[in-house]
Write a protein that binds this ligand. Structure first.
Ligand SMILES: Nc1ncnc2c1ncn2[C@@H]1O[C@H](COP(=O)(O)OP(=O)(O)OP(=O)(O)O)[C@@H](O)[C@H]1O
Ligand SMILES: [Mg+2]
Length: 294
């Protein structure tokens, strides 16, 4: 049996609770969130090959979550609310070849789509803070970057995470937007609304409604800069760009990342594993993804 790691979404100041980049909580605010519009479409408009992602999740059922245009204290944002993700599903998607090489905590904190985005944005924000505070030559800032743009300029900016009470918001999603599928565990479904896990959400700058890839040279520079920060987005599709900026990091791998640690120690890995073909597949997949993001 897999143990589910403990973290308190309601009180955590930053997430995930493990080594590496972390995203801070969104500011405290008075009043309610007003949900204005569902931006992500639960029924896919994409066709064929784009229906399944790298991690085999099906984008036609709302992908890794749902994104809304919202209002908080009179300010407009995009709010991405994540579906829940079981450790079994994560193991199937990411670690079927290496299930004995990674523990549950690290797999969840690195690869669960919510935490994957927290880590990618955590890195962008931490680099921006250092740059903005004038310490551009700080050795902790990755030095391979050629451009002078701050981390926050490389993607739709993220202002922090939020926990939303199920008792308060489930009804709104169900009744106003027809959203019922959050992939909750059977155990969670047995609990009363106010005992259930809160929704996990990220607050981002609302970029408008134009789903578009534009300024390809800048898009390429963004990807290169992200890579130099140790962020591999791994999901380069038109649906993940708005107005030429990346909005989706739910499949991102951000350094330090558990698979990379294994690959760094390739000799040990190959010695340990009997089925070399699986490694070949993985290296090919990583190579393909890396080439796609060049
Ligand atoms: N910051 C933003 N501003 C405006 N629109 C956004 C923003 N973030 C996301 N969107 C819209 O919501 C859609 C889904 O966002 P995102 O890709 O982050 O979620 P997802 O769950 O991975 O969805 P999908 O399965 O479509 O990839 C985007 O294609 C875009 O249309
Ligand atoms: Mg997406």
């Amino acid at each position: 049996m897999y143990s589910i790691p403990k973290y308190d979404l309601q009180t955590a100041v930053e997430l995930p609770p493990c080594q590496g980049p972390k995203l801070r909580r969104f500011r405290d605010f008075a009043g309610n969130i007003k949900f204005k519009k569902l931006l992500s479409n639960p029924v896919t408009e994409d066709s064929g090959a784009e229906k399944k992602r790298v991690d085999s999740s099906d984008i036609s059922t709302g992908g890794h979550g749902y994104v809304f245009e919202i209002d908080i204290e009179g300010e407009t944002f995009a709010l991405k609310i994540f579906k829940f993700c079981s450790i079994r599903k994560l193991r199937q998607a990411y670690a079927s070849a290496w299930s004995d090489e990674v523990n549950d905590e690290i797999l969840i904190y690195h690869s669960d789509p919510f935490f994957a985005e927290c880590r990618a944005y955590g890195r962008m924000n931490e680099v921006s803070s250092v740059q903005e505070s004038g310490k551009r030559n700080d050795p902790t800032v990755i030095s391979r970057r050629k451009s002078d743009r701050t981390g926050r300029e490389l993607a739709a900016p993220c202002h922090g995470f939020l926990a939303l009470s199920t008792a308060k918001y489930d009804k709104i999603f169900r009744e106003s937007f027809g959203i019922k599928d959050w992939s909750r565990s059977e155990d969670d479904k047995k609990l009363s609304q106010d005992q259930r896990q809160p929704f996990r959400a990220l607050v981002k700058t609302f970029l408008g409604s134009e789903k578009s890839m534009r300024r390809p040279r800048k898009m390429l520079d963004d990807l290169k800069d992200l890579r130099s920060l140790g962020i591999f987005q791994r999901d380069i599709f038109a649906r993940n760009y708005v107005d030429g900026l990346l909005v989706d990091f739910s499949l991102a791998e951000t350094d330090p990342y558990w698979i990379w640690d294994l690959i760094r120690d390739e000799g040990r890995l190959l010695e340990k594993r009997k089925n070399a073909e699986l490694h070949l597949m993985l290296f090919t997949e990583l190579g393909r993804q890396t080439a796609a993001s060049r």
